[in-house]
Design a protein around this ligand. Structure first.
Ligand code: NAP
Length: 260
């Protein structure tokens, strides 16, 4: 059985976990960073928490005799992907990267590109009239908006923030996606939202708010995607399964990050 590590924390990683759980050729393990207090149940053995950089990851992969790694982390999780490229290159291990295409601006969208949550907050700090801002961001990025305290913020996250600075007028909704467009439209209307700050996550699970913003003519500050190091580019869980099947069939001669 081929020992596999999946770097997860995404819809794609969970879908791949379900496919792998039913396939006797593989002995997979799913790794999460530990950002959410109660992660969704998974059909695979899980490990939780950082490895200790690229070096720690390489040591872990060697100790666990892992034969292939799938990086199915979020498009904005660039550090772990850099570590995966580095560790797999050191050990000569095949690395496949599940890559989610970004959303593209459609007619009717009013996107304003920004570099980061801090950049969005700096722009908001210059606005005098208070606005109702929907922050669709991880809880670690919310502190930036303390720099623009005149606005009312609604933030959605899975868990409550634990300490740290927050803008004074912030309320939370604790929910786990997916979120559909109609429910998002109702939320934006009920909360009288007039601006959204979002990552360009891609995929369908969180696209509802973008559709709802388009329908309502609302502006979206869209945070630029980071450069994310990659191995072999895989379009989704099905392609990841074919890639793994090739590796299972050919041992270490399989395609690897080094050939890209
Ligand atoms: P990041 O900046 O790339 O990673 C920071 C550190 O967290 C890494 O250096 C690593 O620690 C640890 N880490 C990250 N993903 C890990 C994983 N799957 N397993 C074990 N350790 C992991 O990542 P992030 O943006 O903080 O995201 C953390 C997790 O949340 C990822 O699994 C990602 O898929 C998920 N997520 C992120 C976002 C987002 O917007 N960034 C959105 C949804 C889900 P060590 O160096 O100690 O190994």
């Amino acid at each position: 059985m081929l020992r596999i590590l999946i770097l997860g924390g995404t819809t794609e990683a969970s879908a791949l976990a379900r496919l792998l759980a039913e396939d006797a050729r593989f002995h997979p393990m799913l790794s999460l960073a530990g950002r959410t207090a109660a992660p969704a149940p998974q059909p695979l053995p899980m490990r939780i928490g950082g490895f200790g950089g690229a070096e720690g990851l390489a040591r872990w992969l060697e100790a666990e005799a892992i034969a292939a790694v799938i990086d199915a982390t979020h498009p904005y999780a660039a550090r772990i992907s850099g570590n995966a490229v580095n560790a797999c290159a050191r050990l000569g291990l095949p690395l496949g990267s599940v890559t989610r295409l970004p959303w593209t601006e459609q007619p009717g969208d009013r996107w304003q590109p920004v570099e980061s949550a801090q950049a969005a907050a700096s722009l908001l700090a210059t606005e005098t009239g208070p606005r109702h801002v929907f922050l669709s961001l991880g809880r670690l990025e919310l502190g930036a908006f303390a720099a623009a305290p005149q606005h009312d913020y609604l933030a959605r996250s899975i868990d409550a923030p634990q300490g740290g600075v927050l803008p004074p007028r912030i309320r939370f909704i604790f929910q786990r996606g997916p979120f559909d467009g109609e429910a998002e439209a109702r939320l934006l209307a009920a909360e009288r939202i007039d601006l959204i700050v979002s990552k360009n996550a891609g995929g369908t699970a969180t696209y509802g708010k973008i559709e709802a913003a388009r329908q309502a003519g609302l502006p979206v500050m869209m945070i630029r995607r980071p450069e994310k190091p990659q191995g072999d580019v895989l379009s989704g869980p099905e392609e990841a399964m074919s890639w793994l099947a090739r590796i299972a069939g050919h041992g270490r001669d399989a395609p690897s990050a080094r050939d890209v």
